[in-house]
Design a protein around this ligand. Structure first.
Ligand code: GLN
Length: 485
């Protein structure tokens, strides 16, 4: 029996009916990971401990939906005793002494941590080409990007090596790789999932969430990941979501908004056609479609590229070669220890962000850039507030393009890559929940569509996603992995 490409629910049924044991499932998972290692989706494997954890499950007999399910963790969630690199040389020797809350929540739900997935360095990127550990291949096409920054997580799930993985999303890093790899992923409302032990990039935007094969599995995983955490001061004082139990309840009188300011001409002719088809599919499901206006949304990308680098320059100042992480051996005083450790430990994109961030926060430019960006951020948030008076959910494409060839974008002009997040960034600036799911294929490569919900409306967008997936089969397609084996 092959476990490849099975969903959490399917694997859970196999375990419940004793068609496979916990250990066999773990063994099979590692065989698959090794067979397809050329995809490069993992940085560190947790094989020994995973088997120990699987054995432990044999003695306890309360089997819930997540018991024994193999999960891959993005390599920026701290895992006790297991290397956590954040895709960087800077943390290539970092072994955390504790688990992130997301990790401990998933462990307590009975999942088994299989390993740590490759990612853009410090989660900065849209193509997984900035990792110190090399490019990740998109399982749908060798030599093509899986999207970023949670590219390793998306590739591992798309190749069917694990049924689910965690990701983080600061400007699109769950949704964009999910779209480029034909998967479903959700960025929850800011504060829904604890950021404790999640290595910080831009603290007011970062949010963890699941990447799975469908919306139902995302609900299951979000239910286990979410919930108030006193260790994170921005954590919302609310209970974990309980969406999976009522995911099949009907959705009535649903109003879906299409954003006037996102011009169809920003998309290729094929993508426009696909997006129009998806609108029709939602109409056929009984949704009412109307146009809404988000007047300031066109400013999202420039606003993000002031706010995110500013926060990143502050967060990454802790990597100084003194406390932990990479330390240069070429230093002969404190100053050169700082300079050389940071110069040798960080990659080019991270340095670019730190420089931009330091610049926009400097006394002469703070008002002109950082303060202004925060003001525009407020306007974008207000625009969503007005739109959600008219509609329940907002529908947009997830990404302006499909997976592209390694090295083909952003080499001369980094802003080319920054624009990959045109549709996703605004949800982070406003702190709103947003889901991406597959809505078709162009030239054999997956395309994704995004559902943005109002605050704490994860249930609505997951139910709508699930409803769409019951009626369509885009999410059931699998890549041909011959070239990778
Ligand atoms: N692509 C965006 C960036 O490079 C978003 C990354 C993310 O969501 N972590 O900043």
């Amino acid at each position: 029996m092959t476990i490849q490409f099975l969903t959490i629910s399917q694997l859970s049924d196999l375990l419940k009916n004793k068609k496979i044991s916990y250990e066999e499932l773990v063994d099979e998972t590692f065989l698959l990971i090794k067979k397809y290692s050329s995809i490069n989706s993992f940085i560190t494997l947790n094989q020994k401990q995973a088997l120990i954890d699987a054995k432990k499950l044999n003695v306890s007999n309360d089997q819930n939906s997540l018991t024994g399910i193999p999960i891959a963790q993005k390599d920026l969630f701290c895992t006790k005793g297991l290397k956590t690199t954040c895709g960087s040389k800077m943390l290539s020797n970092f072994v955390p002494p504790y688990d992130a809350t997301v990790v401990s929540n998933l462990n307590s739900a009975g999942t088994i941590c299989i390993g740590k997935t490759n990612m853009d360095e410090f989660a900065m990127g849209s193509s997984n080409e900035t990792s110190f550990y090399g490019n990740v291949h998109n399982p749908w096409k060798e030599g093509f990007v899986p999207g970023g920054s949670s590219g390793g997580s998306a590739a591992a799930v798309a190749a069917g090596l694990v049924p689910a993985a965690t990701g983080t999303d600061t400007g699109g890093s769950i949704r964009q790789p999910a779209a480029l790899c034909g998967l479903t992923g959700i960025k929850p409302t800011y504060g829904r999932v604890s950021r404790w032990g999640m290595i910080a990039f831009a603290s007011s935007l970062d949010q963890g969430g699941p990447i799975c094969r469908n919306a139902e599995d995302c609900a299951l995983l979000l239910d286990a990941m979410s919930g108030y955490d006193e260790k994170d001061t921005t954590s919302l004082k609310i209970d974990p979501t309980k969406i999976n139990n009522n995911i099949n309840e009907p959705l009535e009188h649903l109003n879906i908004g299409i954003v006037r300011e996102f011009k169809q001409s920003d998309l290729s002719v094929d993508s426009q056609q696909l997006f129009s088809n998806t609108i029709k599919e939602f109409e056929n499901l009984g949704a009412k479609i109307s146009e809404i206006s988000l007047p300031n949304i066109v400013q999202s990308v420039p606003t993000y590229y002031v706010v995110a680098p500013a926060e990143c320059s502050s967060n990454l100042s802790r990597y100084d070669g003194v406390k932990y992480g990479y330390r240069s051996s070429n230093a002969d005083d404190l100053e050169s220890l700082y300079v050389n450790s940071r110069s040798e430990g960080f990659g080019e994109e991270v340095k670019r962000r730190i420089l931009m961030g330091t610049y926009v926060l400097s006394s002469g430019y703070y008002d002109a850039y950082y303060k202004k960006a925060q003001q525009v951020r407020r306007l974008i948030k207000n625009d969503f507030g007005n739109a959600f008076k008219e509609v329940d959910v907002i529908l947009t494409p997830t990404s302006p393009s499909q997976a592209f060839e390694f090295g083909s974008k952003g080499k001369k002009d980094p802003t080319e890559l920054y624009l990959e997040d045109l549709y996703t960034i605004s949800a982070n600036l406003a702190g709103l929940p947003a889901l991406s799911m597959p809505n078709g294929f162009i030239n054999g490569l997956p395309v994704g569509v995004q559902l943005i919900g109002n605050y704490l409306d994860e249930e609505k967008i997951l139910k709508l996603g699930h409803y769409f997936q019951k009626e369509t089969d885009h999410h059931l397609k699998k890549p041909n992995l011959e070239g990778f084996a």
